[in-house]
Design a protein around this ligand. Structure first.
Ligand SMILES: Nc1nc2c(ncn2[C@@H]2O[C@H](COP(=O)(O)OP(=O)(O)OP(=O)(O)O)[C@@H](O)[C@H]2O)c(=O)[nH]1
Ligand SMILES: [Mg+2]
Ligand SMILES: [Zn+2]
Length: 297
């Protein structure tokens, strides 16, 4: 007699095999997804809550259903993330437009977001600069060095209690940071360089539960495709620091792009909104408009 409908959390998927943890018993199971998932175009993702039938003996079991998701990240693909931990570093040079894109998506999904500025052993100033830029948006900025193990405890405290996803540019140090934060030993770029196997980057997202923390390591990237189907007037809603000035511009439809009497432009001049954040917002706005104009092409 097979057991039915147990519930678990999906830790990772490699090929067509998924690893699911039953938090009640602490057991992990190797499962495959039923054929209907492909028909319904559902891909089970790390962070998903699933119902499953365990396998017997050496046999794999089956994922029966994916429970409704609270949030969904497409890049990196992950479900139910509650806090995005964006890892930036002085090398490779932090791409703040990329950070802003990720923040906008996080806020749109109702996720919390923090910035972990890693490799502070190489450059202690980047974190201060980013703190100034992102404080008006209410984004906490943590200076850390995964290599030297400094600055970790305040970041741990911020992350505890939320399902967190480490994201950011390839090589920023996400895996090294995860190892340091959770006292693990996952393979990083450094280790593979030592054994001369070329660069070792994370290829699969993986959720790790340990010491009261739930953290996902994901593959880094250097590009984030612009969002399609985003009406230009909705972009500004994803900038928390604009909210106090909403409704205070001369024109009701103001997109905070340089329209006369724009309250956000004024706030940027006064430093209430960081001028660099506003500048990059206008870059993203121009891009969003262009895509919106060509949306039926
Ligand atoms: N100096 C310094 N180097 C670091 C630090 N953290 C990570 N590194 C180095 O940065 C390189 C990349 O680290 P990874 O942890 O593999 O980076 P990642 O963000 O996981 O990269 P992907 O998996 O490709 O996305 C390695 O050579 C690490 O040793 C740090 O705090 N200081
Ligand atoms: Mg990695
Ligand atoms: Zn305005």
């Amino acid at each position: 007699m097979m057991e039915k409908n147990r519930e678990g959390i999906l830790l990772r998927g490699v090929g067509s095999f998924y690893t699911v943890l039953d938090e009640r018993t602490g057991e992990t199971w190797t499962l495959r997804a039923k054929k209907k998932f492909r028909r319904e175009r559902i891909t089970p993702l790390p962070g998903d809550r699933v119902e499953f039938t365990p396998g017997e003996g050496e046999e794999h079991g089956w994922i029966e259903s994916v429970l409704p998701r609270k949030t969904l990240c497409l890049r990196p693909p992950a479900a139910n993330v509650e806090m995005l931990v964006i890892v930036a570093a002085p090398v490779p040079e932090a791409d703040l437009l990329l950070v802003d894109r990720q923040l906008a998506r996080a806020f749109h999904q109702g996720m919390k977001a923090v910035l972990a500025v890693n490799k502070s052993d190489l450059d202690g100033h980047l974190a201060d600069r980013l703190r100034a830029e992102y404080a008006p948006a209410g984004v906490p900025v943590f200076a850390v060095s995964a290599a030297e193990g400094t600055g970790l405890e305040p970041l741990r405290q911020a992350m505890r209690g939320s399902l967190c996803c480490l994201t950011g540019q390839s090589g920023a140090g996400k895996t090294t940071l995860l190892n340091a934060l959770m006292d693990l030993n996952l393979e990083t770029g450094e280790i593979s360089r030592r054994i001369a196997r070329g660069k070792n980057t994370t290829r699969h997202a993986e959720l790790i539960l340990r010491n009261g923390m739930r953290v996902m390591d994901t593959a880094g990237f250097s590009l984030l495709e612009p969002e399609k189907d985003l009406p230009p007037e909705e972009l500004k809603e994803r900038y928390p620091e604009f909210i106090p000035f909403e409704g205070k511009c001369r024109f009701r439809e103001c997109l905070h792009d340089r329209e006369p009497g724009c309250a956000v432009a004024r706030a940027a001049a006064e430093g209430l909104v960081h001028p660099e954040r506003w500048k990059r917002y206008r870059e993203l706005l121009a891009e969003t408009r262009e895509i919106w104009r060509n949306r039926y092409d």
